[in-house]
Design a protein around this ligand. Structure first.
Ligand SMILES: Cc1cc2nc3c(=O)[nH]c(=O)nc-3n(C[C@H](O)[C@H](O)[C@H](O)COP(=O)(O)OP(=O)(O)OC[C@H]3O[C@@H](n4cnc5c(N)ncnc54)[C@H](O)[C@@H]3O)c2cc1C
Length: 483
C-alpha cells in the first residue's frame, strides 16, 4: 500500500496571522503614535511552500535574525515541498517529483548537511541486485538504438563507435561549463545588489547570458544522431519535451549536466530539505490557504492585501510569489507575469512486473529512455522513460496517463498500478523565439516578487532556491534599513 510521507507534527501548527489586525489597528488609530514609537514589525507573506517559497522564508529569517519580522507562508495544499514529493511503498521512499540534484548545487547540498539529512547517490538509481544499464528506445523502430554496458569503459567505447568521439565529449564539456557558470554567478551575487526587474537581469547576475539566448541544437553543435538520441532522451526525462529546432540551449545543457554529472538525493525524500527550511524560518505556516488575489492598496504601511479562498484577508509589507503562473488576480499591479504553458507530465508507479520481452526483447536495460523519432509512429505508445526501482517496481514518465492496453503491452505480467500523479511539471521551453521569455517580470512592485519567473529559462530545485536567496537578501536589506 502507498502511504503519503507524514509531515512532522510541528509543521502542522496553524498560527493566526498578526498582520491583518496590525493593519486594522494602524488605520483605525492614525494619531495614536508618540515620538518614541517603535516601528511596527515588518510582515512578509510567502505564497507557496515548495523549494522557492520555503527557501525564501528560511534565507530571509537567516538574514534578519535579530528583528521581529513576521514571515507567513500560505500554502494551498496540506503539505510542504510542492513538486518535490515522495511516497512510501513497501517500506521504501519513492520520489514522484524532483528526484536528484547535482552535488555542486551548494544551497541544497549544504542545507542537507546542516539539517543532518542523509544523502544517497541517486534516488532513481536501481536498487542492489540490478545491472544498472540504460538504453535508448525508439517507439518508431520498436528497438533499442543504444544500450549501455555494465562496464563504463565498454559504454564509452560503444558511444564513440556510434556517435564519434567529439559529440559525447563536447556536450559534456558544455554542460559542465554551464553548470559551473551558474554556480559562479548564483553563489556570488552581493546581498545588497537590487533584484532586477526582469528575468533578463537574473540571467546576467547568474552568469548565463552566454547560453540564454542561444538555440540548443546549433549551440551544442554536434551530430544529429547524438542530439536526437542521447540529448533528446535526457530532455524527455528532465523536461518532458523534445529537442526541437527552437528549443533554447539551457534546458538541454542542464539535462545533460544531470545525466553526466555527480548527482545526489536525500534519503527518504528531497522534500525534507524544504520541510526543514519552513520549520527553521520561524514562520507562521498556513496550510490549505489558497491565495485568490493580491491587491496593492493605497497605504504606505502593509500595502499588499492578500485574499484567500476561505474569505480571509491580511495585509503585508512584502510578498514573495513562489507559485508558477500565479493562479490568482493581481489587482493594481502594473507589472503582471506572462502566463506560460507548462508540460503536463504523468508519473505512474507500477509493481509486480517486468518489461514485456515480446515488446522490448530479452534482457532489456533497467532504465528505458526514449529518443526523438523523426516521424511519430501512428498510435505510438508514448512514454518518456521507464525506470526499474527494484523488486519489480517501475516508474513511468509519460505525456498522458498510460492506458491498461499500454501497460499490458509494456509489461508482463500486467502490473498493478500503485500510484499515478499528474504534474504541471515545467514550462514548455522555446514556444517563442529563444530569449523572449526574458521579459518575464521578477519584481512586480516595490516589495512584490515573482520567484518562478526564473523557471522560464530552466527549472530545478537549486535554481529556484538561488532565486529565493537573491530576493530574500534584498528584502532583508530593506527590512534592516527600516528597523
Ligand atoms: C516529475 C518532476 C521531476 C522533476 N525532477 C527534478 C529533479 O530531478 N531535480 C530538480 O532539481 N528539479 C526537478 N524538477 C523540477 C522541480 O521540481 C522544480 O523546479 C521545483 O521543485 C519548483 O519549486 P517551486 O517552489 O518553485 O514550485 P512548486 O514546487 O510548484 O511549489 C509551488 C507551491 O505553491 C502552492 N500553490 C499553488 N497555488 C497556490 C495558491 N493559489 N495559493 C497558495 N499556494 C499555492 C503549491 O501547492 C506548491 O506547494 C522536477 C519536476 C517534476 C514535476
Amino acid at each position: 500500500m502507498r502511504t503519503p510521507i507524514v509531515l512532522p507534527a510541528c509543521l502542522l501548527v496553524f498560527l493566526a496571522s498578526a498582520s491583518s489586525s496590525a493593519h486594522q489597528a494602524a488605520s483605525q488609530h492614525p494619531f495614536a503614535q508618540t515620538e518614541n514609537f517603535a516601528p511596527e514589525p515588518k510582515s512578509v507573506a510567502v505564497i507557496g511552500a515548495g523549494a522557492a517559497g520555503t527557501s525564501f522564508a528560511y534565507l530571509l529569517r537567516q538574514a534578519v535574525p535579530d528583528t521581529d519580522a513576521k514571515i507567513t507562508i500560505l500554502e494551498a495544499t496540506s503539505r510542504i515541498g510542492g513538486r518535490a514529493s515522495s511516497i512510501e511503498f513497501e517500506g521504501a521512499s519513492i520520489e514522484i517529483g524532483a528526484s536528484i540534484f547535482l552535488k555542486e548545487n551548494e544551497h541544497l547540498y549544504n542545507a542537507s548537511k546542516r539539517f543532518n539529512l542523509t544523502l544517497v547517490s541517486s534516488s532513481t538509481e536501481p536498487k542492489s541486485g540490478s545491472d544498472d544499464r540504460w538504453g535508448i528506445w525508439s517507439t518508431v523502430d520498436r528497438s533499442f538504438r543504444f544500450v549501455s554496458s555494465t562496464s563504463s569503459k565498454l559504454t564509452l567505447a560503444r558511444m564513440v563507435w556510434r556517435y564519434g568521439f567529439r559529440a559525447p565529449y563536447e556536450v559534456s564539456r558544455l554542460a559542465r561549463q554551464a553548470a559551473a557558470s551558474f554556480g559562479r554567478g548564483a553563489y556570488s551575487v552581493p546581498a545588497t545588489t537590487p533584484v532586477p526587474p526582469t528575468l533578463a537581469g537574473l540571467i546576467a547576475d547568474f552568469k548565463l547570458v552566454a547560453y540564454a539566448s542561444q538555440l540548443g541544437r546549433p549551440f551544442l553543435g554536434v551530430n544529429d544522431l547524438y542530439l536526437d538520441e542521447i540529448v533528446a532522451s535526457a530532455m524527455r526525462v528532465n523536461y518532458g519535451q523534445d529537442l526541437h529546432a527552437d528549443l533554447p540551449a539551457l534546458p538541454p545543457l542542464i539535462s545533460m549536466a544531470a545525466a553526466t554529472g555527480e548527482v545526489t538525493a536525500v534519503e527518504n525524500g528531497n522534500q525534507q530539505i524544504f520541510e526543514h527550511f519552513a520549520v527553521n524560518a520561524e514562520a507562521s505556516i498556513h496550510f490549505e490557504k489558497r491565495v485568490t488575489e493580491i491587491e496593492l492598496v493605497n497605504s504606505t504601511s502593509k500595502p499588499y492585501k492578500v485574499s484567500t479562498a476561505d474569505g480571509a484577508t491580511a495585509y503585508y509589507d512584502a510578498v514573495a510569489i513562489a507559485v508558477p503562473n500565479p493562479p490568482f488576480k493581481l489587482v493594481n499591479i502594473a507589472r503582471q507575469p506572462t502566463i506560460h504553458p507548462y508540460v503536463q507530465l504523468h508519473v505512474t508507479l507500477v509493481a509486480g512486473t517486468a518489461p514485456n520481452p515480446s515488446y522490448f526483447g530479452a534482457n532489456p536495460p533497467e532504465r528505458i529512455l526514449t529518443c526523438m523519432d523523426a516521424v511519430p509512429a501512428p498510435g505510438a505508445h508514448r512514454f518518456n522513460s521507464i525506470s526499474h526501482l527494484g523488486n519489480g517496481t517501475y516508474k513511468i514518465f509519460s505525456p498522458a496517463e498510460p492506458s491498461p492496453e499500454q501497460l499490458a503491452q509494456w509489461f508482463k505480467p500486467v502490473p498493478t498500478v500503485v500510484a499515478h500523479y499528474k504534474w504541471g511539471a515545467y514550462p514548455v521551453f522555446g514556444t517563442d523565439a529563444a530569449g523572449a521569455a526574458q521579459d518575464q517580470p521578477v519584481m512586480l512592485d516595490d516589495q512584490l516578487f515573482y520567484l518562478n519567473a526564473f523557471e522560464h529559462i530552466f527549472s530545478t530545485m537549486e535554481s529556484q532556491t538561488a532565486v529565493a536567496k537573491r530576493v530574500a537578501s534584498y528584502v532583508a536589506e530593506w527590512i534592516l534599513s527600516e528597523s
